[in-house]
Design a protein around this ligand. Structure first.
Ligand SMILES: [Zn+2]
Length: 104
């Protein structure tokens, strides 16, 4: 077994670990749209714990589903364009608790 297959938080093998599931139910996420220069918009997702959630994988999936560009830096996922309601729906599809997602 490689180190990657063991959870950093509880030390259990990834298939036994429920940290990510638990975290998705309790983590407080904030999504909002930010206006950038030249009148461009980005949809920002804040609050996802990158120790518990594979943010890179999530970003890749969201970029594909929304057909847009995006980055992850300073603990924020930024997706190009205004995708507020779609992002909320995608997060819920990923198992995040809809009551913990603050929009706006
Ligand atoms: Zn764990």
């Amino acid at each position: 077994m490689t180190a990657e297959e063991v959870c950093n938080v509880c030390g259990l093998p990834k298939d036994l670990c429920i940290c990510e599931t638990l975290s998705k139910e309790t983590v407080k996420i904030k999504i909002y749209v930010e206006k950038k220069r030249f009148g461009k918009f980005v949809t920002v997702i804040e609050g996802i714990d990158d120790k518990l959630t594979d943010v890179k994988k999530l970003l890749k999936k969201f970029k594909k589903k929304l057909a847009c560009g995006g980055t992850y830096k300073d603990k924020r996922i930024e997706l190009q364009g205004n995708h507020l309601s779609k992002v909320r729906k995608l997060l819920i599809e990923e198992g995040f608790n809809e009551n913990s997602i603050e929009v706006g």
